[in-house]
Structure formats: structure tokens, C-alpha cells
Design a protein around this ligand. Structure first.
Ligand SMILES: [Cu+2]
Length: 136
């Protein structure tokens, strides 16, 4: 009896994963990570960036400029205690290419760039938070 429940349970999980992967945009993913198991982050949103000041030292996103190869995913992790976003464009002028939405603490967002170019991004909640991805 117990075994049946376990098999049924894992089938439900497998189906949900398949449905979730079909439903989500191919180029972006968002997931929760645990502070105890740090995820491989390419770019980190450090603590206290929800207050102005990080812009003076260019440390709202670390690193604020990252260079990647075409087709290589970029992973952002929110290591702050506040919500942040990773949104393509500049403040009040999103390009619509990618948008993480509000990221909880320790949530990650990843996006894969198919075309080379320079991509500005920002946080919808904090106008001073700016970053750039250079895709070669
Ligand atoms: Cu922010």
C-alpha cells in the first residue's frame, strides 16, 4: 500500500515537472534556492541594494557587467532579504526580452541569450539598480 502511494506520488511529480517545462518560456527559468545550498550564480544581488548607494560603486548587481557566449545561460541569484527583479531595458522602459518578476530572497532567475549584443537590465523596484549582459 505504502509503495503504491510512493509510485503514484512520483508519477504526479514527474507529470508536474513535464507540464511546468512545457508551460515555461524556453529561454528563462525561475526557481527557489536554499541559503544553505548556494546555487551557481553568475550575477548576485547582494544585501542592502534596496537602498540607494550601490549605484555609486556599481555593485547593485555583482558583477554589474558580465560577458557570456551566445547560448550560454546567465543565472542571477537574489541574495538580499528584499524583493528584486531582473528586467531587460532601462528603468521605466522595458524591452520585453526578459523579466524575472519579483524575485524572493534566494530565488534564482536564468536567461539564455540567442543573439549577440549588449543587453541593459534593471530592477523594477529600485531605479538605481542597473546591469548589463554582453553577449559575444
Ligand atoms: Cu531591486
Amino acid at each position: 500500500m505504502k509503495r503504491k502511494i510512493i509510485i503514484l506520488g512520483s508519477t504526479v511529480i514527474a507529470i508536474s515537472i513535464i507540464i511546468a517545462s512545457i508551460a515555461s518560456n524556453d529561454n528563462s527559468t525561475k526557481e527557489n534556492t536554499s541559503p544553505d545550498i548556494p546555487l551557481e550564480a553568475d550575477v548576485v544581488m547582494p544585501t542592502k541594494v534596496s537602498r540607494p548607494g550601490c549605484d555609486e560603486t556599481d555593485t547593485c548587481y555583482i558583477p554589474s557587467t558580465i560577458t557570456v557566449a551566445k547560448g550560454e545561460p546567465v543565472v542571477w541569484v537574489n541574495e538580499d532579504v528584499a524583493f528584486h527583479s531582473v528586467t531587460s531595458g532601462i528603468y521605466d522602459s522595458p524591452t520585453g526580452l526578459f523579466d524575472s518578476g519579483h524575485m524572493d530572497p534566494y530565488q534564482s532567475f536564468s536567461f539564455t541569450f540567442d543573439e549577440s549584443g549588449n543587453y541593459d537590465y534593471y530592477c523594477t523596484l529600485h531605479p538605481w539598480m542597473k546591469g548589463q549582459v554582453i553577449v559575444e
